[in-house]
Design a protein around this ligand. Structure first.
Ligand code: ZN
Length: 135
């Protein structure tokens, strides 16, 4: 459990609300509605704003071996409203996907996206994305 989530549990609801209002940058995820294009052209698909927002509590990276093999990005987020796992997955599947449209192999670009979603508490989630290079 992170220091922040321990701190939050010690706060009253009012203190918590004030803390969240002052300190946290809220991000409204865009939900990708269609998957007609590959990751590099995904902006041409249809997107819509979610009706909830999230804040990044902390974020870290884990490398598999050296940088050329792969990287996992692990983030703890808080949502402003209770959402379910399907909604979290729908949001981050679109936001985190990476790829390229090179027509040759071994271009070295990262490929990947959302790999795991774990609910930590009512409003707190751990999001893992995994990427590996095209070699
Ligand atoms: Zn490429």
């Amino acid at each position: 459990m992170s220091m922040q989530s321990i701190a939050w549990q010690l706060m009253s609801e009012e203190e918590y609300a004030a803390f969240m209002e002052e300190r946290i940058e809220w991000i409204t995820p865009r939900i990708r509605k269609t998957f007609r294009y590959n990751a590099d052209w995904s902006h041409l698909d249809e997107w819509e704003d979610a009706v909830w927002s999230y804040a990044i509590v902390n974020q870290s990276e884990q490398h598999d071996g050296d940088l050329e093999e792969g990287v996992r990005v692990i983030a703890t987020i808080m949502t402003d409203n209770a959402v379910n796992k399907d909604e979290i997955e729908a949001a981050f599947r679109g936001e985190l996907v990476k790829g390229c449209s090179c027509e040759h192999d071994c271009c070295g670009h990262y490929f990947g996206g959302l790999s795991n979603v774990t609910q930590l508490s009512r409003l707190e989630w751990r999001i893992t994305a995994a990427y590996s290079r095209n070699y």
